[in-house]
Design a protein around this ligand. Sequence first.
Ligand code: WTA
Length: 644
Amino acid sequence: MSHPTLVKVMPEIAAHALVDRARYDEMAAQAATDPDTFWAAEKDRIDWITVPTKIKNTSFTGDVSIKWFEDGVLNASVNCLDRHLATRGDQVAIIWEGDDPSQSRHVTYRELHADVCRMANVLVALGAKKGDRITIYLPMIVEAAVALLACARIGAIHSVVFGGFSPDSLANRIQDCDSNILITADEGRRGGRKVPLKANVDAALKSCPMLKSVVVVKATGGDVAMMAGRDVWYHEAAGAVPAECPPEPMNAEDPLFILYTSGSTGKPKGVLHTTGGYMVWASFTHQYVFDYHEGEVYWCTADVGWVTGHTYIVYGPLANGATTLMFEGIPNYPDTSRFWQVVDKHKVNIFYTAPTAIRALMRDGEAPVKRTSRASLRILGSVGEPINPEAWYWYSHVIGDDRCPVVDTWWQTETGGILITGLAGAVDQKPGSATLPLPGVKPVLVDAEGHELAGATEGNLCLADSWPGQMRTVYGDHERFIQTYFSTFPGYYFSGDGARRDEDGYYWITGRVDDVINVSGHRMGTAEVESALVAHPKVAEAAVVGFPHDIKGQGIYAYVTLISGEEPTEALRKELIVWVRKEIGPIAAPDEIQWAPGLPKTRSGKIMRRILRKIAANETDSLGDTSTLADPGVVDDLVANRAA
Ligand code: WTA
């Protein structure tokens, strides 16, 4: 199928857009030449207890120090709740749609405020104080948003762990930030199945002596063990505390949250975001990127366990007084019309999802979509991985009936919010391209030596200057922060992505250039999967790479060398997949395992991943130079015995 390569801004969208092309150009120019004035004005979208007078104070060299609005004082939960009470207390803040289509809830700003205060008071009663790290391991229920905001209210730092992670992964994250309180639920619900969250917590806490209290939300009513002196039922504790809780005044640079994310080496790192800059960025980007208008219903399908859920389900929309939809379920339960049924049921205007979901739904054709109206939809968004033009068109044409702009948004856990995207009312879209930087964002492409490349070109995607939502450090390890992001190309923040820039200055993200794989829009470090595999008693060595996957974008391909004497059987292959699911979580399970009697290594013992990626992708006629390998014969065996 051939499609246009340029989709012009739709006049009916531009006519009412908050930002049209002229305004975008003006904002971009001012933010570039005079960031202090630009961000001094934008800071006013947030309510400050003490209005900051210092705006930007950042350096990407030496010790790397990033401060925005550093003499400002605020509270994030007040910005998401209290300040709306006078004008929109009875407006719905959160529409919750259950996994079971007969279940939904509407929570007003006033009700949410009371719920957050109660949760905050429960935490205080358990001894929580400003600066404590509180771990949140919850399904997609309203209490997840309540928990984030309750931590923000008392100045505790939340660390959300995705409910799909294993007990071990949960334990590692609790230990790394020395967390003392955890908020969980009895069970989660997804696609008609139950997820044993509390049981996972009980397993994880065996190795977490620092964790003293567990708050348990009753979500399904499933039977769970409660440990006296450690575990409390949320509904019981909440009934015993007031629905008012004074907000803690926070400096703009006080931490708001930690969120663990995978990198190319070692364990996941705790990305740390602070309060002032993050809130300005969340509000600014949510409003302009989605052209959010008063009264609209906005739905981001991410899980609150990922950064997209933090910024674009909770902080951005609530700071802007929006109605945000939280969905507990999955796109294909009870059937593949579900997303669009939810859109019709709640009259959703703005819809934000991941390409992997679009590609999975495309497989079922148009019929499940066309059974629904979707007339309320106005803007569509995409995030998490490159969206291939085919999926972009299907999204635009089949879902949006050619009347809804599609905005492809590029960003990362580290960036706090969207950096590159085409504002719906301002920027002509090129399907497959994330298009142009937001005002205040300075992307550059650099070559392997770190030299900036000009014009239409391809290179490593870096940011030349700071923006308010940028991460400030790796929790407890500033040196690792500098090493990971600022040492490869000194003076720049390096994203880990590659990109192409075309003659119109549009950015086309080509994917990770490091050892991170992007599986269904979720980041996974190859080193993490390898270390889970070698922890199995029968595995001697493992090398993991990504390979192109029709639905997931990238799949996980593992080369496994068994210890001598062990037989490579089908049963063992299955056992290893289950093993990795248990060690890390289902998202890390290898799609393919190839038995490798040996791995291609240089004479100094370094695994040549380039070759392994080629074999996994079935590009075996372009393996390149293998003469530097210690044993070139290894490659012939791997090529001959490709998995699948
Ligand atoms: C990838 C998710 C292409 C990219 C918000 C990045 C994308 C990583 C896009 C961050 C996009 C995200 N086009 N690639 N629109 N959005 N990515 O930290 O490789 O979970 O580095 O943040 O996802 O993933 P993370």
